[in-house]
Design a protein around this ligand. Structure first.
Ligand SMILES: *Cc1c(COP(=O)(O)O)cnc(C)c1O
Length: 391
C-alpha cells in the first residue's frame, strides 16, 4: 500500500492504535506461495499460526488451502475454529501440556512434532489411554546457525528446541517401539527472518546427511518438515510486497536429495502475513529534547513489541503530512526506555493528530500484543479488494 491508499477519512472515527490489514495483498501472497511450492507436487504448506492468529486472517489462509502449524493447544483450537482440517494441523513446541496433547489426539491432528524422548513417552501413554496412535515426527536440532537475530535462531545445539541429532537413532527406535506412537518423519526449524539462502542450503545438506545415515542404519525416514523462517523485506514494503518464494523453494528443489515420493512440509509464518499488516497510530506530541526530537505516538510496544524485543526495523511513514522531512525518534507512551519504534527516522514533518503507519507489522505484531500499562488490546480492520475499507 502506498501513502494515498490508506483511507484516512475513515480512520478519523477509529480509536488508534489499530491494525489495518490488506486482504488483497494477503491473497496475492498466498497465491504466489502456493504456485511456487506447487511446482513440486509433494511440497505442502502449513501456515505458522503464531505469526498472526486474527480469526479473519486465519480463515483466509485456511480457505486458500494451507495447513496450520501450531505451538499450543490454544492455537490448535483457533486453527480448528478457522476451518483448517484436523489432518492438516501439525503441533510443535518443547513444552506441550497434557491437556494440549489430549486436545490434539481428540481432534485427530495430522502430526505431533516431538521435541524430547520424555515427551514421546507421555504422548504414547496419553494416546494409549485414548485408544489411538499418535502420528509423530521427531524434531531434530540440526545445529545450524541462522544469520538472524540471536533471539530468533532456534536450530543451534545451545537452543532448547528439538532432539540433538546425535541422539536421533535412539529416539527413532524408541518411537517405533512405543505402542501409542506412529512414526511418520522428521521436523526441523532453524529460525526466523532468514534472508541468507545459504542457511537453508546448510539445512538441506544436514537433512541429506541424516537421510543417508538413517538409510544406512536401516531406519525409516518418513516425510520431512523443514519448518519456516523465510524473511521479508522490511526496508522497502512497497517495492517488494511479496516474499521471494520462488528463490526459497528453488533452494530446496536444488539441494534436498530425498528418496522419490518423500513429502516435504514447509511452515511459513512471517512471509505470509508480515507485509499485509500496518499498525496505524497517531502523533500525540512532538517534543524537542536537548539533542533529539521526539515524535510521541499513541502506539507502543504493547501493540508491536518487535523493535523493543529484537531491535527490529519497521518502516515508518507519516500518512497525514507531505511537508519537508524532519528527523524524529518515534516513541510510544509506555514507561520503558525500549519503547521506541525507530531512532533518527526521517518523516514528513509531524503534527499532533497525524496518522503514522508502522509498516510490515502483520507478523508477530497483533499476536504478541499485551496489556502492559493496562492498554487495551488493539482492534483490527481490513481492506478487502472489492471494498477498500471494510471498517
Ligand atoms: C515460528 C515457527 C515457524 C514460523 O516461522 P516464520 O519465521 O514466521 O516463518 C515455523 N515452524 C515452527 C516450528 C515455528 O516455531
Amino acid at each position: 500500500m502506498i501513502k494515498g491508499d490508506f483511507p484516512l477519512q475513515e480512520f478519523g472515527s477509529l480509536r488508534t492504535p489499530f491494525y489495518y490489514y490488506d486482504l488483497g495483498l494477503l491473497r496475492r501472497t498466498l497465491q504466489r506461495a502456493l504456485a511456487e511450492a506447487g511446482k513440486s507436487p509433494l511440497y505442502r504448506l502449513h501456515y505458522a499460526v503464531k505469526a498472526n492468529f486474527n480469526p479473519v486472517i486465519l480463515r483466509e489462509i485456511a480457505s486458500a488451502g494451507l495447513g496450520a502449524d501450531c505451538v499450543s493447544g490454544g492455537e490448535v483450537r483457533a486453527a480448528l475454529d478457522a476451518g483448517f482440517k484436523p489432518g492438516d494441523i501439525v503441533f510443535a513446541g518443547v513444552g506441550k501440556s497434557d491437556w494440549e496433547i489430549k486436545l490434539g489426539l481428540e481432534a485427530g491432528i495430522g502430526r505431533f512434532n516431538v521435541e524430547s524422548p520424555e515427551e514421546l513417552r507421555v504422548i504414547s501413554e496419553l494416546a494409549c489411554e485414548a485408544g489411538v496412535k499418535a502420528p509423530v515426527s521427531i524434531r531434530v536440532n540440526p545445529d545450524i546457525g541462522a544469520h538472524t537475530h540471536a533471539n530468533i535462531t532456534t536450530g543451534l545445539s545451545e537452543n532448547k528446541f528439538g532432539v540433538n541429532y546425535e541422539l536421533l537413532d535412539d529416539v527413532l527406535r524408541e518411537a517405533m517401539a512405543l505402542p501409542g506412537i506412529e512414526y511418520r518423519g522428521l521436523h526441523f526449524h532453524i529460525g526466523s527472518q532468514i534472508t541468507d539462502m545459504a542457511d537453508f542450503k546448510a539445512l538441506c545438506n544436514r537433512i541429506n546427511y541424516l537421510a543417508g545415515h538413517l538409510d544406512r542404519a536401516g531406519l525409516p525416514l518418513g516425510d520431512i518438515n523443514v519448518g519456516g523462517g523465510l524473511g521479508i523485506e522490511y526496508e522497502h514494503p512497497n517495492h517488494l510486497p511479496i516474499a521471494d518464494f520462488a528463490t526459497y523453494f528453488e533452494v530446496f528443489r536444488n539441494h534436498l536429495q530425498l528418496p522419490e515420493g518423500t513429502v516435504v512440509h514447509f511452515e511459513p509464518g512471517r512471509s505470509i502475513v508480515a507485509p499485509c499488516g500496518t499498525l496505524i497510530c497517531r502523533v500525540l506530541y512532538v517534543k524537542q529534547g536537548t539533542t533529539r526530537q521526539f515524535a510521541i505516538i499513541d502506539g507502543s510496544m504493547t501493540e508491536l513489541i518487535r523493535p523493543a524485543l529484537y531491535h527490529a526495523y519497521h518502516r515508518i511513514e507519516n500518512l497525514s503530512s507531505s511537508e519537508d522531512e524532519d528527523i524524529y525518534d518515534v516513541v510510544g507512551p509506555v514507561c520503558e526506555s525500549s519503547d521506541v519504534f525507530g531512532k533518527a527516522v526521517s518523516l514528513d514533518r509531524c503534527h499532533r493528530g497525524d496518522f503514522i503507519a508502522v509498516r510490515s507489522a502483520g507478523a508477530y505484531g497483533e499476536s504478541m500484543a499485551s496489556r502492559y500499562n493496562l492498554h487495551e488490546l488493539p482492534e483490527a480492520y481490513f481492506a478487502t479488494p472489492r471494498c477498500r475499507a471494510a471498517l
